[in-house]
Ligand binder design. Structure first.
Ligand SMILES: Nc1ncnc2c1ncn2[C@@H]1O[C@H](COP(=O)(O)OP(=O)(O)O)[C@@H](O)[C@H]1O
Ligand SMILES: [Mg+2]
Length: 298
């Protein structure tokens, strides 16, 4: 897979504050890459640097293998903060103004209004739009130049649940068309729902990065109930199927070895004559892992 963005040892200090500390990551083409971290962890600063609006203290990055240049900006679309549209102009008129400023032909306006599902509402004043529609118009505006990469900072901040759902669906739709998307978010749920990859930032440092499906899939647990937990524990430990057997109430929870399914465990227990009252797979949530990661590195 081709690499869209490569960041190498990027740092930004504001006086004694290390906003971003020696950050390195690669964004594969076609991914939806989440930069996840609590407030103040350096997400916006990182986006500012890769968009050439904040000067790095040290380090470097490349877009499609090339160093920063004005050419880069043409292939990027970004929403760093809520853009200002004119409240008493229509959606269409507002996009015409943006297109004029960015030297983009009006012919693109129909396309972006349709992608964002605002075509039917194009004649309506911006002021009559719901929050979700306003954010969708911001996305429409960022898509005018047909960017190869879309960069979004906290795209659902301040939206109501319906607006959040609209914007997330739109992000998935844009991603499905092949556009690479980079999203900074403090919301785990958001990253889990829309991102393929994630880098977790804490106080300017990356403490984890990987594929979202891998982190979700990597830690699989089985919980088993039986009348004789002592015997069950011994058989589980001797099974070569699971490790780290722990008691939780009237059940045992164990970590499955790679490639082992709950069915494998179930069959094994049956073959050893253990009668079980309950067996189920338990996937550790990204949230739990995120909290563990943040706690581990204190
Ligand atoms: N212009 C600035 N001057 C001084 N400190 C800043 C500036 N911008 C950001 N910071 C500090 O850098 C750190 C990271 O901020 P930021 O990148 O905005 O984090 P996030 O987007 O993850 O909330 C914070 O401690 C913040 O206070
Ligand atoms: Mg921010």
């Amino acid at each position: 897979m081709d690499e869209v963005l490569r960041i190498q040892n990027l740092s930004k200090n504001y006086g004694r504050v290390h906003a971003v500390n020696n950050l390195s990551l690669q964004v594969p083409e076609g991914s939806v890459y989440g930069i996840l971290g609590p407030n103040g962890s350096g997400k916006t600063t990182t986006l500012g640097m890769i968009l050439d609006v904040i000067n790095p203290t040290s380090g470097s990055f490349t877009w499609f293998g090339k160093s920063a240049s004005k050419e880069n900006r043409k292939i990027l679309g970004a929403i760093l903060e809520t853009p200002n549209f004119y409240p008493y102009l229509s959606a269409e008129k507002n996009l015409e103004i943006v297109a004029t400023i960015k030297h983009i032909g009006y012919s693109h306006i129909e396309r972006v209004l349709k992608i964002t599902d605002l075509w039917e509402r194009r004649k309506d004043h911006f002021s009559t739009f719901s929050l979700g529609m306003k954010q969708r118009l911001a996305l429409a505006s960022a898509l005018l130049n047909e960017p190869l990469v879309l960069i979004l900072d906290e795209p659902t901040n301040g939206l109501d649940p319906q607006g959040i759902a609209e914007v997330r669906n739109l992000i998935l739709k844009i991603a499905a068309s092949g556009t690479t998307i980079i999203i900074a978010s403090h919301l785990l749920d958001e990253v889990q729902k829309v991102c393929t990859h994630v880098a977790v930032l804490k106080s300017g440092n990356i403490i984890f990065q990987g594929r979202v499906d891998e982190i979700l899939g990597s830690a699989k647990y089985v919980e088993v109930g039986a009348s004789d937990l002592g015997q069950l524990g011994e058989v589980l430990l001797g099974s070569q199927l699971a490790s780290n057997v722990q008691k939780e109430g009237d059940r045992l929870v164990a970590t499955l070895y790679d490639g082992v399914s709950v069915e494998d465990v179930s069959k094994h227990l049956f073959s050893k004559g253990i009668s079980i009252t309950h067996i189920a797979e338990r996937k550790i949530s990204l949230e739990k892992q995120f909290l563990d990661l943040l706690a581990d590195t204190k």
